[in-house]
Design a protein around this ligand. Structure first.
Ligand code: GLN
Length: 547
């Protein structure tokens, strides 16, 4: 049975709990253990799939097609363990399961209550797969004291009691604010948040203290005393230049040691940090810089394209260059010529998105990249816009567009080279959808196979002719335009195994112009960069662009 590590946060939100959890997962792996990471989110959405990227950042999609919190992306990037649908749960999902059972009559005769029905549902979820790994790391979203979080904390309390003694520990992250006027780090908020935990029957075994200033030994001892943890289990966490320093930094600060101590595992297996030493070496010893323009819709919020930002960094690491990504709102190119903006970049990326706003600007950027021979990667919506651009400018279809935009506006304005997908094949079964279906969880989601043309650029990039990448979209490029578009120079170089759905397009005669219907950024890791991102950055670095 797995040992459990619960990770909670106090004092303020955005302390980097997800990152600390992911780094701890990586450190336990470095000591030879197997891990799985889970996220428990207190909000009432059933999953983040319907939340705007402005609200909640990127939606991370798993191989098995769950739309999850972006922290699962961190977990995968640090541990390489593919997340599953059962690694992400929200209060909304828990309540909807409980209510569905109630309607089915599963609790017949009983009054349904938070304790025990909701907490049982949470505990059942926590236990899934507990015989598969050595350590299960479960992060609770939000901050201790939040109303929505209470059932989760109560479930953890019960769970810890029901498991054999010493098999569950709690790691709590807090902030030590610095008062410039008195030149002091303040420990009181940390003490209060630990009190809050204690009042609901939980006590931290390890305290991770975020601080912008070095934490003096005296303060560490004080925190240990007042918060009832061992002094060497008070782990300082300082700001880092790169998130990929986190495993090494937490290791040096003694986090993995403190965690194994709390489980009374001794002697602890020696860590092998070579993977993270190599990652740090690539980050620290990069030569030169590549500038990439990312032209999208959600450019105001950094987290909205989290995995893309990380995959670009990984691509840079693969080529030992620094990647400087600049996020440009595509709507700008609906009013202004893209040339003066884009001539300073070695590569152009148009990421995914939903709705019509800004898409004409993406089409203008794709056109610029195609004509100027600048490396272009189009991801999902970015591929669809590249197809529309080629249809309009190369294949003589001035009205080419996406059905998504006609559905949105309620008018028929376009010839839909991108259309609403109503049925497709997933594994051995057929999936069917209607335009009027619910929005949540109804897209083409998760890992699908693509078959690549052997002599294509993309087959060279992957070094394979069969790949699997993750999808998240409702609309699809219409393969019935294939012949027309291929004659005009846009090759359909990757298709679904049944040959019906275009997965990849590339512009013939262009040094690097690839559009993909899937999201390669989701599987990229610092120690195993996405082949597409690695080669995209290589092309940008080697490129001599026509200006
Ligand atoms: N809006 C497009 C679709 O649903 C693209 C989605 C995406 O970029 N993830 O097909």
């Amino acid at each position: 049975m797995a040992r459990y590590i619960f990770i909670t946060g106090g004092v303020v939100s955005s302390l980097g709990k997800g990152l600390a959890s992911a780094a701890l997962g990586a450190l336990l792996q470095a000591r030879g253990y197997t891990v799985r990471l889970r996220k428990l989110d207190p909000y009432l959405n059933v999953d983040p799939g319907t939340m705007s990227p402005f609200e909640h950042g990127e939606v991370f999609v798993t191989d098995d097609g769950a739309e999850t919190d972006l922290d699962l992306g961190h977990y995968e990037r640090f541990t390489g363990v593919s997340a599953r649908r059962t690694d992400s749960i929200s209060s909304g999902r828990i309540y909807s399961n409980v209510l569905e059972k109630e309607r089915r009559g599963a609790y017949l005769g009983k009054t349904i209550q938070v304790i025990p029905h909701v907490t049982n549902e949470i505990k059942d979820f926590l236990s899934i797969g507990d015989d598969e790994v050595d350590f299960m790391l479960c992060e609770i979203g939000g901050t201790v004291g939040d109303i929505e979080g209470l059932p989760f904390f109560e479930a953890i309390r019960q769970f810890t009691h029901e498991r054999p003694r010493g098999e569950c520990i709690l790691m709590h992250l807090t902030l030590l604010p610095y008062l410039a006027a008195s030149g002091e780090l303040k420990t009181k908020p940390t003490q209060h948040s630990v009190k809050e935990l204690q009042s609901i029957g939980l006590a931290p075994d390890v305290l991770v203290c975020r601080s912008e200033h070095p934490i003096p030994e005296k303060e560490r001892a004080k925190i240990a005393l007042f918060c009832n943890v061992r002094p060497d289990a008070v782990i300082p966490a300082y700001d880092l230049k790169s998130i990929y320093e986190a495993p090494m930094a937490y290791h040096r600060a003694g986090l993995d040691r403190a965690v194994l101590d709390a489980f009374q595992i001794s002697p602890a297996p020696r860590p092998d940090m070579s993977r993270w030493e190599d990652v740090m070496d690539r980050l620290d010893n990069a030569e030169g810089e590549v500038r990439v323009a990312v032209i999208g819709k959600y450019t105001q919020l950094e987290d909205a394209y989290k995995s893309i930002a990380e995959a670009l960094t990984h691509g840079g690491m693969a080529n030992r260059v620094r990647v400087r990504a600049e996020w440009i709102d595509s709507e700008i190119f609906e009013k202004e010529d893209p040339a003066p903006y884009l001539e300073n970049f070695q590569a152009i990326l148009v990421p995914g998105g939903f709705g019509e706003r800004g898409t004409e600007g993406m089409i203008a950027a794709a056109k610029y990249a195609r004509e100027k021979h600048v490396p272009y990667m189009g991801i999902c919506l970015g591929m669809q816009m590249a197809v529309i651009e080629a249809a309009r400018d190369l294949a003589g279809m001035p009205d080419a567009g996406s059905e998504e935009f006609d559905h949105e506006s309620g008018k028929t304005r376009f010839t839909p080279v991108v259309y609403h997908l109503k049925e497709w094949v997933q594994g051995n079964h057929k999936v069917e959808r209607k335009v009027t279906d619910d929005k949540g969880g109804t897209m083409r989601l998760g890992a699908y196979t693509a078959i690549l043309a052997p002599d294509s650029n993309v087959a060279r990039v992957y070094g394979a002719t069969e790949i699997e990448e993750r999808h998240r979209h409702r609309y699809e490029v219409d393969a019935s335009y294939r012949e027309e578009l291929e004659k005009a120079g846009l090759r359909f170089s990757g298709m679904s195994p049944d040959g019906r759905l275009p997965e990849i397009v590339e512009v013939e005669g262009h040094p690097w112009f690839i559009g993909v219907q899937f999201h390669p950024e989701l599987k990229s890791k610092p120690f195993a960069p996405s082949p597409l991102f690695a080669d995209f950055i290589r092309a940008a670095k080697d490129g001599d662009r026509l200006v």
